[in-house]
Write a protein that binds this ligand. Structure first.
Ligand SMILES: C[S@@+](CC[C@H](N)C(=O)[O-])C[C@H]1O[C@@H](n2cnc3c(N)ncnc32)[C@H](O)[C@@H]1O
Length: 298
């Protein structure tokens, strides 16, 4: 009998669940990108205050979201040459918005194993992606992804990321964890509880990882960026679009919708009617790639 406590999950199973989530939700994801769009605007501001233009750009985890080339002000300028949009979800990539001004290609690949040669891109960035690689304990995907990002960036180039930080979505995950635990006991079934993937990263972890691979930090900030939703239900719709399958991948498929309904109901009761202020903390980091970066990558 299960006591409903978390069972560690293999990194590959976790990655598959993330990919499945984004494949399944590819068509609807673009209706739920308010937060990511705002993160990208903030990141863009930082990127272009460091340098005016980048010939060759890689967007890691571009999925079906916006890339820099979709932001109006950069689409009109000569700030970007050509762009590679990379993502683990092929369906997400195919559902992405088109970019009209300059050439780009989609490449389906894992951020931990980028299929690009060393020292190739002038700018490599990941908007609201890298927290997905560090969700399970003992899983070192985040470090591998950072290493890969730096490996493919030219000396003198820039690496930039927005990453959801520790404590993001704390309110929701408290409810999620208690329902999952209760259900494991009630249904005498095995339940794997997901660690909060969008609230696991610490600023110092991001900075230390970049420094350990020889990058220089241009800026690194932790920002409280709450998002006001008109209702808790509206917020739940966003969580469902990003996380339903991975959050519920630890239970039998026939129980998933039942548990989701219970989680939603408990959350709505807890929050009550009216506006809902989503508890979002973001890390924004900008790093420069040095000519003598370590680890044999150059
Ligand atoms: C929250 S979405 C962000 C999408 C886009 N960057 C945006 O700003 O809207 C996270 C994306 O990361 C991708 N992703 C997650 N794990 C990945 C991995 N290991 N390698 C590549 N992409 C990954 C997902 O498929 C998804 O498209």
């Amino acid at each position: 009998m299960s006591d409903g406590t978390a069972v560690p999950e293999k990194a590959n199973d976790y990655k598959k669940a993330v990919r499945d989530t984004y494949n399944i939700n590819a068509a609807v994801y673009s209706e739920h990108t308010f937060m990511q769009h705002r993160n990208l605007e903030v990141l863009a501001e930082k990127i272009f205050s460091a340098k005016d233009s980048f010939a060759c750009v890689l967007d890691i985890g571009a999925g079906s979201g916006f890339s820099l080339g979709n932001l109006d002000r950069y689409e009109r300028q000569d700030s970007l040459g050509h762009l590679v949009r990379a993502d683990i979800s092929e369906k997400a990539l195919l559902s992405g918005p088109l970019i009209s001004r300059f050439p780009y290609i989609n490449v389906c690949c894992d951020a931990e194993r980028l299929p690009f040669v060393e020292n190739y891109f002038d700018l490599v960035y990941a908007n609201s992606v890298l927290h997905w690689l560090e969700a399970e304990s003992g899983h070192t995907g985040f470090e591998r992804a950072i290493h890969e990002a730096l490996r493919v960036t030219k000396p003198g180039g820039i690496f930039a990321a927005s990453i959801a930080a520790a404590e993001t979505s704390r309110m929701f995950f408290k409810v999620y964890e208690s329902i999952m635990r209760e259900s494991g006991k009630k249904l005498s079934t095995k339940v794997r509880i997901k660690k909060n993937p969008i609230g696991a990263m610490e600023l110092h972890t991001v900075v230390d990882t970049l420094l350990s691979f020889g990058a220089g930090i241009i800026s690194a900030e932790l920002v409280y960026e709450p998002v006001l939703y008109s209702s808790a239900k509206e917020y739940l719709n966003d969580v469902k679009a990003y996380g339903y399958h991975s959050l519920l991948s630890g239970v039998d498929a026939n129980l998933q919708s039942i548990l989701w309904n219970e989680i939603s109901q408990r959350f709505l009761e807890k929050v009550g009617p009216g506006d809902y202020l989503h508890d979002q903390y973001m890390i924004y980091v900008l790093a420069s790639i040095r000519h003598n970066a370590v680890d044999g990558t150059r």
